[in-house]
Every structure is written in structure tokens, then in C-alpha cells.
Write a protein that binds this ligand. Structure first.
Ligand code: ADP
Length: 204
């Protein structure tokens, strides 16, 4: 089923701050945040899909593309039925998907990507430190092990970075994410508020 949700992608390496920023944005009326990792983590770990997720994520690997996009599409559709996400009123802020070129292709019929916000952090060690802290705070098994953290980075560089090239260069905005969350947020708002106004003012 084709849907064409109006979307802004939050893009960046593990630890770049996509989740932190996405959660804040999602609390503002007119924006709806959906993090693919959160959708996976909400699945019962003893179900078939839950086991697949655990198997891949505990090794720092990506869940296969077809399974991921199907699960994501079903989840977001369910939220529209529940009127949690209202596609005619809310700008969708997607975080953590698409994470491969193939996922971007599979999602082509589902989302209209209006902008890609690329959170960059030139200090790799600072990002690792964020992930270590998150592991302690949120008991995330995929961040607890140094080897897994580093592997997730390699997977990001190999599989996810090329996704950026599948969008026209003028659709991608780079924002430095080592700054304070409030400063990063203000820069993101400068990008997304005009988009929100342009596409949804008609529904006020
Ligand atoms: P982070 O925010 O640290 O990048 P996420 O919470 O987004 O991590 O994802 C945790 C794990 O869930 C990933 O390491 C991967 O195994 C799985 N996952 C999340 N999103 C995707 C996706 N789009 N494609 C494949 N696997 C995914």
C-alpha cells in the first residue's frame, strides 16, 4: 500500500543524538517522532520477530531489510489507525530508518523525504562515551560491549552512510551535534519549522 507520509529524516551515526532530538521534537504539536530502534525494542522478545531483533542487534548488526521495512510500515500504519500519528497534520520525524540503500528503495512508496538532517560529530570518542553512558542508563545490551559499539560504527559507515547519496545534495542539511542539546535543537528547528508551515498550514 502506497502512503506518501511527509517526512524529515534524522540521520547520523550511533550516539549522534538522533533519539534525544527526535523525542523532544515529537513532543511539539505538529511533529510525530518514530524511532525504528524503539519500535524493535517494543516487540515481545520471545516472539519470532523479537528473537530476530535480538539475534542481530546483540551483535551490532542490522536486522534484514525486508523484515525491517515491513515491521516499520505495519507499525506506523497502526499508529495512523489509532490517530496517534495524523499524516495530514503531523510532519513525520523518522529516526534510524532507512539505514541501508535497499531500505530507502523499499520505503520509496511510503514516505516523501522533504529534508534529511545529518547530525555529525567529528569527535568519535565523544560519541562512544555517549553510548557507554546510555548503556548504563537504559540497560541496552547493544551498547554495553565495546566491541559491539565499534562494530555498529563500522556497519554505519559501510551500510548507512551511502543512503545519504541517494538524496539530492540540497535536501541534506548537516548539523554539528557535539554542542548542547538545546543548541542542536534550535538549529534543527530552524530547518523543520518552515517545512512544517509550508506543508501543514493548510490544515490548521
Ligand atoms: P542507535 O540509536 O544507537 O543507532 P537504534 O536504537 O536505532 O540504535 O537501533 C538499535 C538496533 O536495532 C540496531 O543496532 C539494529 O540491530 C536494529 N535496527 C534499528 N533500526 C534498524 C533499521 N532501520 N534496519 C535494520 N536494523 C535496525
Amino acid at each position: 500500500m502506497a502512503t506518501n507520509y511527509k517526512t524529515v529524516l534524522l540521520f547520523g551515526a550511533p550516539g549522534a543524538g538522533k533519539g534525544t532530538q527526535g523525542k523532544v521534537l515529537g513532543n511539539i504539536p505538529g511533529f510525530y517522532h518514530c524511532a525504528c530502534g524503539d519500535v524493535f525494542r517494543s516487540i515481545d522478545i520471545t516472539s519470532d520477530l523479537g528473537r530476530v531483533f535480538y539475534e542481530y542487534s546483540s551483535r551490532g548488526e542490522l536486522v534484514p531489510d525486508d523484515v525491517t521495512v515491513k515491521m516499520w510500515a505495519e507499525s506506523i500504519y497502526a499508529r495512523t489507525i489509532l490517530s496517534d500519528y495524523k499524516p495530514d497534520k503531523d510532519l513525520l520525524i523518522l529516526d534510524g530508518i532507512p539505514r541501508t540503500v535497499e531500505q530507502a528503495k523499499l520505503m520509496y512508496d511510503h514516505i516523501e523525504v522533504l529534508k534529511v538532517i545529518h547530525l555529525i560529530c567529528r569527535d568519535q570518542e565523544a560519541m562512544f562515551e555517549r553510548l557507554r553512558r546510555r548503556a548504563l542508563k537504559e540497560s541496552r545490551f547493544d551498547d554495553a560491549d565495546e566491541k559491539v559499539i565499534r562494530h555498529r560504527w563500522e556497519v554505519y559507515e559501510r551500510e548507512t552512510q551511502p543512503v545519504l547519496e541517494s538524496y539530492p545534495a540540497d535536501r541534506v542539511v548537516e548539523i554539528e551535534s557535539i554542542d548542547s542539546p538545546a543548541l542542536v535543537l534550535s538549529k534543527i528547528l530552524q530547518v523543520v519549522v518552515p517545512i512544517q508551515n509550508q506543508h501543514f498550514a493548510a490544515f490548521e
